[in-house]
Design a protein around this ligand. Structure first.
Ligand code: ADP
Ligand code: MG
Ligand code: MG
Length: 910
C-alpha cells in the first residue's frame, strides 16, 4: 500500500490569516490582532499558535506533531519581514510571547517580553538602539540592559516559577543603593548589575543558568503560556466568571516594539468611552519610557492619556483616529493597548471592552443614537444581571459624612465593611459573614480570592485600567483605585489618611462612582434606577443618561417580549411595589404567610380540635382574617390576575419546636402549673412528626385530609373578590392547588370549590379560575389528564427540581453541591438556573400535553427560576404565558423576556 499522505493540522496562523471571528481558535487577542492587521493598522508582525495546540499539549504534556516545524516556518517569515534574526548577536529580533484565550481573563495568564535577549544580543541591541539616532549611547545601553533584566524577571517568574518577590527585592535594593524610588534613575551600569543579581536568583531557584539559546527561550515560554491555562488563579477566575474549563489559550508571538527607548517612547492603555459611566471622551493612562506591563501593574504613576497630546501630538492624533475607526468597526466600546517607539505608534491589542453595568446601558443607548446599532441589538448587549446590579442601593450622603480621601471611581457601587489588608484575611472574615473592604497599595492576580470575598476594593495606586479596576468591573464589585492620600502599610495592617490611622477591622465606606472614601458606615438609599422604576424619576425629563437609557431599553424589551411578567407577593405592600416595577399580575400569593404571627394560635386550635365543632370554630375565626388579606391584595392588583395558592406547608410548621415544648411542659410541671394545653400541643407535635416533611402531609393532601380547610380558603377568596368587585375595582382570582400528582386529587378539591364559588359569587360577575401547580414529576407526566380539570398550570420549579433530582434543597446545597460544581456535574446549581435537560424536559412535556388536552390552558412558572435570566430564556422557548418572580426581580425578568424574544425569534423591523 502506498504511503498515505497525511494532511498536516494547521496550528499556527500569521496575523494576516486570521480575523475577529476566530476567537475560539486564535483567542480574543490573536483574533483581534489579526483583525487590526487586516484593517491596515500599525500592528507589529507576528503569528498565533491556536488553542487546539494548547489543548493537545495539556492532554499529552507534549507539543503536538508538526507544531515545532510550523513555528519554525512562521518565525522564519517573521524574521524576513523584520529583516532581523531572533536573538542575533548583532541586531536581534526580539519577540513577546503572549497568552490570549477566547474570553478575556485579565492578568490571569502569562506574557513574556523581550524573548531573544542574551549576554551577547543585549550588546547588539544597545548598538542598534544608539544607531544613527540622536539618543546617547548611554541611553541605548540603559535601554538594552533594562530590557534584558525584564526578560530574566518575567521568564524566571513565568516559565521557571522563581518567586517574583525575589526579583522585586533585588530591584528595590538597587534603587535603595542609588537613593531613589524611580526605576528611571537606574543607569546602564546599575541595570547590568541587576542582571547579574537576577541571574543568581534564577540559578538559585532552578539549578541552571538562564538559557542563552533564543529558540529554547521561545519554546519554553510558549509551553509556560500553555500551562498557565491551568494555573490556580486562572482556574478560580474561570469558575467565578463561568468560563468553560476546556477552551485552552492561544499563544501570540509578536515582534517587540519598545516603549522604553527614552522619553519619546512610552506605553499606554485607552478606552474609546468611559468604561465606568459610558460617557463619551478619551479615557486612558500613559507612561513614558516604559514597557507595557508597568501601566497595568500600577508600578509607576501614569499620566492621563490627554497628556500625550502635549508629549507627542502626531502619535496622539493618530491614536484618536484609530480609536474612532475601531469603534465604528466593532460598533462597540473598545479597549486598546499601544506602545510608542521613538514617535512611532504601534497597536498591541484591542477588544470589545469590559464595562460596568451602568456603562453597558448608557453605551447601548448612545450607539443607537449614533446609528451604529438598532434597538434589538441594544437589548442584546445588556442583561438582567447588570440591571440587577443597578438596583443596588447607593450612599445617602448627609453633611456629617466627609470623605477622607478621593480616588478614582473605578467600579461603581456603595460598599461598607471592615478593612482588611490581605486576601487571606478577607476570605477568613467573609466566611464568618462579615463584609470586608480589601485595601491594598495595588492588587495583583494573587489577590483574586480576597477580591471575590470582599464587598469592595480600595487601592492607593493605579488608574481606571489597573488590575484592581479591571477585575472589579468584571466581577461587578465596587472599587476605588488610586486613592493616593492613603498610605497603606500591609505588614502592619493599617493605613494612614489625613493624620488618622485606620487599622484592620475598622469600618470604611467606599463609593465606586465618585471615588470617595469615608470612615465608618455610611447609610444607603435607593439607586436612581429603582427611583425610576418606583415612578419618582421621570425618564423624559431627568438629566441622567443612565435612567434615560434604562427607560429606553426597558420599553423596547416590553414591546418585544412575549412572556408576561407577574410577581410573587403575599401582602398588599409587596403587590403595590411589584406593580410599580411592571408586574402584570400575581403569579404566586402564598397563603401560609397569613397564618403566622398572632394567628398561630388559631392554627393551633385547628390542629388540636377534638371534634367538628371545635374545628369549625377555629376555621370560622380564620375566615375573616384571610378575607381581609385577599381584599387588600385584590384591590392593589385591580384588573390584574392574582393566583392564590391554597395552604401548602405541613401544619406542624406552625407549631413550636418539639424541644421547646418539652422544656415548657417540664418547667410548668415543676412549678405545679396547669399544663394541659402544652401537653396537648406536645402530643400533637409528636404525632405529626415526619421523617421527610417535604414528601409528607402537605399541599393538596392537607386539603383532602382536614375537612373544611381548603373550603374556608376558597370562601375567603371568593368573598373578597365579590366585595372588591362590588366596590368598583376588578378582582381576578385564580385558585391554585399545590402538590397535585394525580387528576383525581384535583377533581375532588375542585368539585368542593366550585360549589362554594357558585354560592358566593352569584351574579356579581366575578370569575374565579381553578388550576394547579405542576411540581410533582408525576403531574408533569400526566399533564394531559390533569389539564382536563385545570384552567391553568403554574410550574413550581423549586419542588420540581427537588423531586426531579431526588434531593432536598435544605440539605444538599451545603452538603455536596460544591463537589458537583467542581466535577462539572452541574455548571450551576439547578435551584438557581433551570436544569434544561431533566427538569426542563418535565416542564416541556407538561406544557405540550397540557395544551394538547386544553388549548386555552394558561401556563406560568412561579419558582425562584422565574427571575433567573437563563431560565427566563428557557421558559420563553417552551412557550409559557408568563413567569412570576419576587418584586425586585420583575424588571430583570421583563428585560430578559425581551432579550429572549430578540434572540430566539430573530429581529423584526421595529
Ligand atoms: P495581558 O493579556 O495581561 O494584557 P499582554 O499579552 O497584552 O498581556 O501583554 C502585556 C503588555 O506587554 C502589553 O500591554 C504590551 O504593553 C506589552 N507587550 C506585549 N507584546 C509586546 C510587543 N510585541 N512589543 C511591545 N510591548 C509588548
Ligand atoms: Mg494586554
Ligand atoms: Mg412547592
Amino acid at each position: 500500500m502506498a504511503k498515505q499522505e497525511t494532511v498536516e493540522h494547521k496550528y499556527v496562523y500569521a496575523f494576516a490569516e486570521g480575523n475577529k471571528d476566530l476567537k475560539e481558535l486564535l483567542g480574543g487577542k490573536g483574533a483581534n490582532l489579526a483583525e487590526m492587521t487586516n484593517l491596515g493598522l500599525p500592528v507589529p508582525p507576528g503569528f498565533t499558535i491556536t488553542t487546539e495546540a494548547c489543548k493537545a499539549y495539556l492532554v499529552t504534556g507534549e507539543e503536538p506533531d508538526g507544531l515545532a516545524d510550523q513555528i519554525a516556518a512562521h518565525l522564519a517569515s517573521l524574521e524576513q519581514a523584520m529583516g532581523k534574526r531572533l536573538g542575533d548577536p548583532e541586531d536581534p529580533l526580539l519577540v513577546s510571547v503572549r497568552s490570549g484565550a477566547k474570553f478575556s481573563m485579565p492578568g490571569m495568564m502569562e506574557t513574556v517580553l523581550n524573548v531573544g535577549l542574551n549576554d551577547r544580543s543585549v550588546q547588539g541591541l544597545a548598538r542598534q538602539a544608539s544607531g544613527a539616532d540622536a539618543q546617547t549611547s548611554g541611553g541605548a545601553d540603559r535601554f538594552a540592559w533594562d530590557s534584558y533584566r525584564r526578560l530574566i524577571q518575567m521568564f524566571g517568574k513565568t516559565v521557571c516559577e522563581v518567586p517574583g518577590e525575589e526579583f522585586e527585592h533585588a530591584l528595590d535594593d538597587a534603587k535603595r543603593a542609588k537613593g531613589t524610588h524611580d526605576d528611571l534613575d537606574l543607569d546602564a551600569d546599575d541595570l547590568r548589575g541587576l542582571v547579574d543579581a537576577y541571574k543568581k536568583i534564577f540559578f538559585k531557584h532552578t539549578g541552571r543558568e538562564f538559557p542563552q539559546e533564543p529558540r529554547e527561550q521561545l519554546d519554553l515560554a510558549i509551553r509556560a503560556v500553555f500551562e498557565s491555562w491551568n494555573a490556580e488563579r486562572a482556574v478560580l477566575y474561570r469558575r467565578q466568571e463561568r468560563i468553560p474549563a476546556d477552551l485552552g489559550t492561544a499563544v501570540n508571538v509578536v515582534a517587540m516594539v519598545f516603549g522604553n527607548l527614552g522619553p519619546d517612547s512610552g506605553t499606554g492603555v485607552a478606552f474609546t468611552r468611559d468604561p465606568a459611566s459610558g460617557a463619551q471622551g478619551i479615557y486612558g493612562d500613559y507612561l513614558a519610557n516604559a514597557q507595557g506591563e508597568d501601566v497595568v501593574a500600577g508600578i509607576r504613576n501614569t499620566v492621563p492619556l490627554q497628556e500625550l497630546e502635549r508629549l507627542d501630538k502626531k502619535s496622539y492624533d493618530e491614536l484618536l483616529g484609530i480609536m474612532a475607526r475601531l469603534e465604528g468597526h466593532y460598533r462597540d466600546l473598545c479597549d486598546i493597548e499601544f506602545t510608542i517607539e521613538r514617535g512611532k505608534l504601534w497597536m498591541l491589542q484591542t477588544r470589545v471592552g469590559k464595562r460596568t453595568a451602568a456603562a453597558a446601558f448608557v453605551i447601548a443607548g448612545q450607539l443607537v443614537d449614533e446609528g451604529l446599532i438598532d434597538l434589538d441589538e441594544a437589548l442584546h448587549r445588556v442583561n438582567g444581571a447588570q440591571l440587577a446590579q443597578l438596583m443596588f442601593p447607593r450612599f445617602r450622603l448627609d453633611h456629617e459624612f466627609q470623605p477622607v480621601a478621593k480616588g478614582i471611581g473605578a467600579s461603581p457601587g456603595a460598599a461598607s465593611g471592615k478593612v482588611v489588608f490581605t486576601s487571606a484575611r478577607a476570605v477568613e472574615l467573609a466566611a464568618e459573614g462579615e463584609s470586608v473592604i480589601l485595601v491594598r497599595r495595588e492588587t495583583n492576580p494573587d489577590d483574586l480570592n480576597g477580591m471575590i470575598a470582599a464587598q469592595g476594593i480600595l487601592t492607593s495606586r493605579g488608574g481606571k485600567t489597573s488590575h484592581a479596576a479591571v477585575v472589579a468591573r468584571g466581577m461587578g464589585k465596587t472599587c476605588v483605585s488610586g486613592a493616593d492620600e492613603i498610605e497603606v502599610n500591609v505588614p502592619q495592617r493599617r493605613f494612614v489618611v489625613g493624620g488618622q490611622t485606620v487599622v484592620e477591622g475598622d469600618v470604611v465606606s467606599i463609593d465606586g462612582t465618585t471615588g470617595k472614601v469615608y470612615l465608618g458606615e455610611v447609610p444607603v438609599m435607593p439607586s436612581e434606577v429603582v427611583q425610576y422604576f418606583e415612578g419618582s424619576l421621570d425618564p423624559e425629563h431627568v438629566d441622567n443618561p443612565l435612567v434615560r437609557a434604562v427607560h429606553r431599553i426597558m420599553s423596547h424589551a416590553d414591546a418585544r417580549r412575549r412572556l408576561a411578567v407577574r410577581t410573587n407577593a403575599d401582602t398588599g405592600a409587596d403587590a403595590a411595589r411589584a406593580r410599580r416595577f411592571g408586574a402584570e399580575g400575581i403569579g404566586l400569593c402564598r397563603t401560609e404567610h397569613m397564618f403566622l404571627g398572632d394567628r398561630r394560635e388559631l392554627v393551633e386550635r385547628l390542629i388540636l380540635a377534638r371534634d367538628n365543632t371545635e374545628r369549625e370554630a377555629a376555621l370560622a375565626a380564620l375566615l375573616p382574617l384571610q378575607r381581609a388579606d385577599f381584599e387588600e391584595i385584590f384591590r392593589e392588583m385591580d384588573g390584574m390576575p392574582v393566583t392564590v395558592r391554597l395552604i401548602d406547608p405541613p401544619l406542624h410548621e406552625f407549631l413550636p419546636p418539639l424541644e421547646q415544648l418539652a422544656v415548657n411542659v417540664a418547667v410548668a410541671q415543676e412549678r405545679g402549673e396547669d399544663v394541659a394545653q402544652e401537653e396537648a400541643l406536645l402530643a400533637a407535635v409528636r404525632r405529626m412528626h415526619e421523617e421527610n416533611p417535604m414528601l409528607g402531609l402537605r399541599g393538596v393532601r392537607l386539603g383532602l385530609v382536614i375537612p373544611g380547610l381548603f373550603a374556608m380558603q376558597v370562601r375567603a377568596i371568593a368573598e373578597a373578590a365579590v366585595t372588591v368587585t362590588r366596590s368598583g375595582a376588578v378582582a381576578r382570582p385564580e385558585i391554585m392547588v399545590p402538590l397535585v400528582g394525580a387528576v383525581q386529587e384535583l377533581e375532588t378539591v375542585r368539585a368542593e370549590a366550585e360549589k362554594i364559588i357558585a354560592e358566593v359569587v352569584g351574579d356579581s360577575g366575578v370569575e374565579v379560575l381553578i388550576g394547579t401547580m405542576i411540581e410533582v414529576p408525576r403531574a408533569a407526566l400526566t399533564a394531559g389528564q390533569i389539564a382536563e380539570a385545570a384552567q391553568f398550570f403554574s410550574f413550581g420549579t423549586n419542588d420540581l427540581t427537588q423531586m426531579g433530582w431526588g434531593f432536598s434543597r435544605d440539605d444538599v446545597e451545603g452538603a455536596f453541591f460544591w463537589r458537583y460544581l467542581e466535577l462539572g456535574i452541574f455548571g450551576i446549581s439547578p435551584f438557581e438556573s433551570i436544569d434544561r435537560d431533566g427538569v426542563g424536559r418535565l416542564v416541556r412535556i407538561a406544557a405540550e400535553e397540557g395544551r394538547a388536552a386544553r388549548p386555552e390552558l394558561k401556563l406560568g412558572v412561579c419558582g425562584e427560576h422565574g427571575g433567573d435570566p437563563e431560565s427566563v430564556h428557557f421558559f420563553h422557548e417552551v412557550g409559557l404565558d408568563y413567569v412570576s418572580c419576587s418584586p425586585f426581580r420583575v424588571p430583570v425578568a421583563r428585560l430578559e423576556a425581551g432579550r429572549a424574544a430578540v434572540e430566539t425569534d430573530g429581529s423584526d423591523s421595529r
